[in-house]
Design a protein around this ligand. Sequence first.
Ligand SMILES: Nc1ncnc2c1ncn2[C@@H]1O[C@H](COP(=O)(O)OP(=O)(O)OP(=O)(O)O)[C@@H](O)[C@H]1O
Ligand SMILES: [Mg+2]
Length: 453
Amino acid sequence: MSTRKEKGIWILIVDDELSHRTMLRANLEHAGYNVLEVGDGRAAVEAVRREKPALVIMDLRMPEMDGITALKEIRTFDRSVPVLIMTAHGSIPSAVEAVKSGAYDYLEKPVDMDEVLQAVANGLEFGDLKRSERRGGASSGEVALIWKSPLMGEILDTVRRVAPSDASVLITGESGTGKEVIADAIQQLSLRAKKAFIKVNCAALHEQLLESELFGHERGAFTGALEQRKGRFELANGGTLFLDEIGDMALTTQAKILRVLQSGTFERLGGVETITTDVRIIAATNQDLKQAIERGTFRKDLFFRLSVVPIHIPPLRERREEIPLLAEHFLSVYARKNKRAIDGIAEDAMQILLRYNWPGNVRELENVIERAVIMTMGDTITKEVLPAHVRGEVAKQQEGAEELTLLEQAERDLIIQGMLACGGNRTRVAEQLGMSRRSLYNKLKRYKIGEQL
Ligand SMILES: Nc1ncnc2c1ncn2[C@@H]1O[C@H](COP(=O)(O)OP(=O)(O)OP(=O)(O)O)[C@@H](O)[C@H]1O
Ligand SMILES: [Mg+2]
């Protein structure tokens, strides 16, 4: 149990309640961490500056300087130290504000020690990712990868373990689950982080163009090949190649890729010279490759070569605890992008987000939040700006008779879209939707969408 101590992992506890600090300290020390304690935000800022802890656990409500102010101040000089916030039961809004100010997670008091230890382990990992992002220079300071569930925690464990090796990684998961985000994380944490990172969408190009893209071509190799051109395998030499949508490739292309994986060699299209390349492959697909193998559309040997380390990302509906953090993250991204001062998601809207099934996974959630940011006039996202089908499922499941029918919700959505498209010009909206101005007015009133647009 003393390995963490030997490695010198220091955790800073910030809480004005002595008894709570003592409880945390005892448990963390028992788990092998070194612990520092301070009793208010001001002292916390100083301690982070001086002692550079690996992680901070901080209470929100404290005298002198509260947790959020302290966190903001810490972020002015230290962008990567993970900060775990503890909040009083029921104060989710301030917890969410903390996440927006750069905390990576929050726990409600009274805390459960197993949860704390899990969150600390996640946080230490998060710190590693952030530091490597900065090393790679790719980060704009935005947290690129948000997670909370144990499922994703395990995936990040794998990511961290395999990143520094040259093993091929095959990432599977439904569309929009974050396969590319994971591919990026692997590359950023790898020893090739500073080398070329090239992405090819294998589904976007038909056979010959894809091969020419991957392997390059000599002048005159085919009609239109006016110049010699280097392919992605050549350009990625020394670095990493991300083969996205790998399930849709022709068998001949698969054979050529297999050869590069086995021998590191290939020829340009129309070329005779054998070219050697040293490339780490990360591949992704939303298809079931095992089925494709049975159907005979995917090579078994290539599958085994690619999936030295398989990573499967579960759909969002199987890790719903991630929804609030992701939603808040996208809210702050799109509020900033659209220069809108929206600072939260109303409780009832969040309940809808939590219950919806998300067939399009994280990407769909991102789109829903982006749209909501654009449509919201107030400072909070309310359920009215969520698309009908997202609200609809809930209406069917549990809401009362005064709720809109699906048809009415669809109509309401159409009107909102019309209002957005026509800049709020009601005459034009009425024209476009083929209704009289009077009935448009009635509907605007009925659906309560007049003023907010
Ligand atoms: N854990 C996450 N944290 C933050 N953003 C995420 C996360 N997972 C996914 N996203 C965002 O969701 C969107 C979809 O992710 P990504 O493109 O990685 O999905 P994908 O699995 O590759 O989808 P597809 O199969 O459609 O290509 C992106 O905008 C990405 O930034
Ligand atoms: Mg993708």
